[in-house]
Design a binder for this molecule. Structure first.
Ligand code: SF4
Length: 825
């Protein structure tokens, strides 16, 4: 996208007027020509940016409002971003210049009339004989991909929201990139792509977008913008290195040295480029963070990895982000902030995950490990932020004894003594919750009316109040400390310390709010579901540990998601390989708040499932109950997996819905199987998958994250076993709250929520098996309910229509499975 440029006579006019105003702020309005020059400037107002919205009534929509930053730093302030947003809504663009009018920073361009793209041309670009076919030797004609790309081109032309399902193997990514690139070019407009995971974003920017651009020719800039805390802050890293001795324990200091070394070589300064996994406390000390950023006052501002990525994103034509960053941006935008540049066109890939991501993102949570880590960061064995601050005060206060004394007093008399009681109160509260969960043999405790009315509640409430009071004292003290440092901030040396105090303050205040939201919620506001949870995780020393969390999450996120996709957008395409249930979009349309009138369409998988796969469902295996008798079922599942492994000679994925089942089956398989049994949780997912691909005869057992996003094309994967239908657990607090909300409306929560969710999940799981036109394999669902219960029809109707289904006693299916492989080999 060619950038807007000041015509020479415009620059001369702006310069002259700024000189007349003695370098103070002047607001101009100008016209943008079709060859993207800024001409015909006029003065709108002098010295008061607040007048800008009123003053634009004298300028036609489509004009560009320009104002100068006397500092010469063209980075838009939060106020600038808020004005830019409001102006754009009214039809104007907004830009910043320096006082010499030599540089122009366009915050947002004026909206322009739409230039439609030609759907025939879009289709032809993907067709045999087209530029993509010519460029890529492995090109395959995919009529579904062409139809999908055509439909996206039509949606971009008409505007609005679309839900488009593109089955496995359709070539979805190129299918949306081609019309997006054509649109960005024709309209000189930025487009935004949001995906669920960083690996997919990296693949888009490093592989797929360059491939499309290489084939279509011409210049477009594509940029990946990750969440801010993925980037190292050079200023914080420098500060951590200087203060490492007083800030961090000895064992972490080598990591700071390694980070310093890496920061001189890294390309993008993000965690995924780092060759080692930093300790969370170390990364916390050096990560880029809104609260801890000096922005244009930072000596590293020009080199800063995050600021550079942001500048590139604001100058880019295609910006790739993840769902979580998009949600953060949207929340900040409401307060006038801006993380991602404006883009009128959005493609949300992996959209089936949006409800989950939004729920997680909009939830408030506080954990024992997180809170204790925050407290340790303030002080632990005479190291941390507070001791560092006290040491710095004497050095930096330069004879200002009153100031130094006030800071010392506040830190020594109020803050440091408040840390131990806060830690003890946290230990008591989270310990009591852990005991309660252990007594009930449950990993989750809903904090619902029944809990608040129970005897257990009294102690938890008391411990919660004590912790809130202890945190409240810390928050008040840190706020006062921040104010002290603000006064001293005339000296730049203080700025970094003040930001660290502010960061600590904001985090503790957020934990304080989360405690309140979970244990003592306000009566008003949108409905929230609250629970306590015990998680088994790996500690910072890599040893297993238990963590306890308190969470308050929104029951419904549809309204927030509706605003996310519609607000300020011309067109939004929500896409995924799994959006429909039994061929209908109703479920996700409702859950994601998709507006009525949205375009919906399905582009089926091109794979020949009748030839490539077969689904086997035994009718004589035990039905899952969740009770003690489930042990028979687990033994039967393990035996069936052994049978499938023997028939396929390994290359088997087994998907579970619970770790308990997974561990039990893994233990049994290991006593019998000679080949590798790879188990989720025993190594990182990427290593397990690499080992599975390499081995060729392994069995891989996984739960949640293995149901989707796993791509093992070819011979390595020859059989997929699903141990149990993936219904959500009704006792999960979010599920319970959502089903209760539906029942309160007089609806059938099983039919309208649990069943469609299971259907989408099952399709995701099944989608792991056939990844190319030559893949062949069997799919085994070891849960008879798929064919014996009436709802099984909905689940089966959600699978590929030509997938053959065999049902019957396991003994006979076992022979059929062996025959399948005999015929493949
Ligand atoms: S500009 Fe902000 S994020 Fe970048 S190095 Fe400076 S303080 Fe850190």
């Amino acid at each position: 996208m060619r950038e807007l440029a000041l015509a020479p006579e415009t620059a001369a006019f702006l310069r002259r007027e700024i000189r007349h105003a003695r370098g103070r702020e002047v607001l101009f309005v100008a016209r943008v020509t079709s060859d993207r020059r800024v001409v015909d400037p006029q003065v709108l107002a002098r010295g008061d940016r607040g007048k800008v919205l009123a003053a634009t009534r004298f300028a036609p929509p489509g004009s560009l409002v320009v104002h100068n930053h006397p500092s010469g730093v063209l980075e838009p302030s939060e106020a600038d971003l808020a004005i830019a947003h409001a102006l754009h809504e009214e039809g104007y663009g907004f830009a910043i210049i320096d006082n010499d009018a030599t540089e122009l920073y366009v915050v947002v361009e004026p909206p322009r009339p739409v230039v439609p793209i030609d759907p025939d041309e879009v289709e032809a670009l993907l067709a045999p004989g087209g530029p993509l076919a010519a460029r890529h030797p492995a090109y395959e004609d995919r009529p579904g991909q062409r139809a999908y790309a055509r439909r996206i081109a039509e949606v971009l032309n008409t505007g609005g929201v679309a839900l488009l399902e593109a089955g496995t193997g359709t070539g979805k990514t190129f299918g949306y990139l081609v019309p997006l690139v054509q649109w960005a070019r024709a309209n000189s407009q930025r487009v935004l792509v949001a995906t669920h995971t960083i690996p997919l974003q990296e693949q888009l920017v490093q592989k797929d977008i360059p491939a499309v651009l290489g084939a279509l020719g011409g210049e477009l800039r594509a940029v990946l913008l990750k969440g801010r805390r993925n980037y190292v802050s050079l200023r914080r890293l420098e500060q951590a290195a200087a203060q490492a001795l007083s800030l961090l324990p000895d064992e972490h200091q080598a990591q700071i040295t390694a980070l310093l070394d890496w920061s001189r070589r890294t390309g993008d300064g993000t965690l995924s480029d780092l060759p080692f996994q930093p300790h969370p406390d170390v990364w916390d000390e050096v990560a880029s963070d809104t609260d801890l950023c000096l922005r244009s006052r930072c000596p590293h501002f020009q080199r800063c990895f995050y600021q550079r990525a942001r500048r590139l994103a604001f100058a880019a034509d295609v910006v790739v982000v993840n769902h979580a960053l998009l949600l953060s941006h949207f929340a900040l935008q409401k307060d006038g902030g801006q993380v991602i540049p404006d883009a009128p066109v959005l493609v949300l890939d992996e959209a089936h995950n949006l409800e989950y991501v939004a729920t997680e993102h909009l939830a408030e949570a506080v954990s024992r490990a997180g809170l204790l880590r925050r407290l340790r960061r303030l002080e632990h064995r005479n190291r941390g932020l507070l001791p560092t601050l006290q040491r710095s005060v004497d050095r930096l206060a330069a004879g200002n004894d009153l100031f130094a004394t006030a800071v010392h007093r506040l830190v020594s008399d109020r803050l440091r003594p408040a840390l131990a009681p806060a830690g003890e109160a946290a230990g008591r509260l989270f310990g009591a919750i852990e005991d309660l969960l252990a007594q009930r043999h449950q990993p989750l405790l809903p904090l619902d009316d029944a809990f608040f009315a129970s005897r257990d509640h009294a102690f938890i409430e008391e411990a919660g109040r004590t912790l809130r009071e202890a945190l409240g004292r810390l928050v008040t003290g840190l706020r006062e400390l921040e104010r002290h440092l603000e006064v001293a901030e005339a000296d730049d040396a203080w700025a970094g310390l003040r930001l660290e105090v502010r960061g600590a303050l904001h985090r503790l205040a957020a934990m304080h709010r989360a405690l309140l939201a979970a244990l003592d919620p306000a009566e008003d506001g949108p409905p929230r579901v609250r629970w306590a949870e015990l998680r088994r995780e790996r500690g910072e020393d890599d040893r297993p540990r238990t963590n306890v969390l308190l969470v308050a999450a929104p029951v419904a996120v549809a309204e927030a998601l509706h605003d996310l996709v519609t607000s300020g957008r011309r067109a939004a395409v929500l896409t995924s390989a799994t959006l429909t249930v039994a061929g209908r979009f109703d479920f996700l349309r409702e859950r994601l708040g998709v507006p009525g009138g949205a375009v919906t369409d399905v582009f089926p998988s091109p794979f020949d499932f009748a030839r490539q796969a077969c689904l086997f469902v035994p009718t004589d295996l035990p039905v899952p109950t969740g009770g003690e008798e489930d042990e028979h079922r687990i033994a039967a599942v393990a035996d069936a997996v052994l049978d499938v492994t023997e028939a396929s000679r390994g290359g088997v994925f087994v998907l579970f819905t619970s770790y308990r089942d997974l561990r039990a089956v893994a233990a049994r398989l290991r006593t019998v199987l000679p080949g590798p049994v790879l188990v989720q949780g025993e190594a990182p997912r990427s290593r397990l998958l690499a080992e599975f691909r390499r081995s060729g005869d392994a069995v891989l057992l996984g739960t949640a994250s293995f149901w989707e996003g796993v791509d093992v094309p070819g011979e390595a994967l020859r059989a997929l076993v699903i141990a149990r239908l993936p219904f959500r657990v009704p006792s999960d607090p979010v599920v319970a709250a959502r089903t209760a909300a539906l029942e309160a409306e007089g609806r059938d929560a099983f039919r309208d929520y649990l069943l469609p969710y299971a259907a989408l999940r099952l399709r995701q799981g099944v989608g792991r098996l056939v990844r190319t036109r030559t893949d062949r394999g069997v799919l085994v669902v070891l849960d008879p309910r798929l064919v014996t219960r009436s709802y099984g029809a909905t689940l089966l109707a959600s699978l590929p229509p030509d997938l053959p289904v065999r049902r019957g006693p396991w003994e006979s299916l076992r022979r059929e499975i062996s025959a399948f492989y005999a015929c493949v080999s």
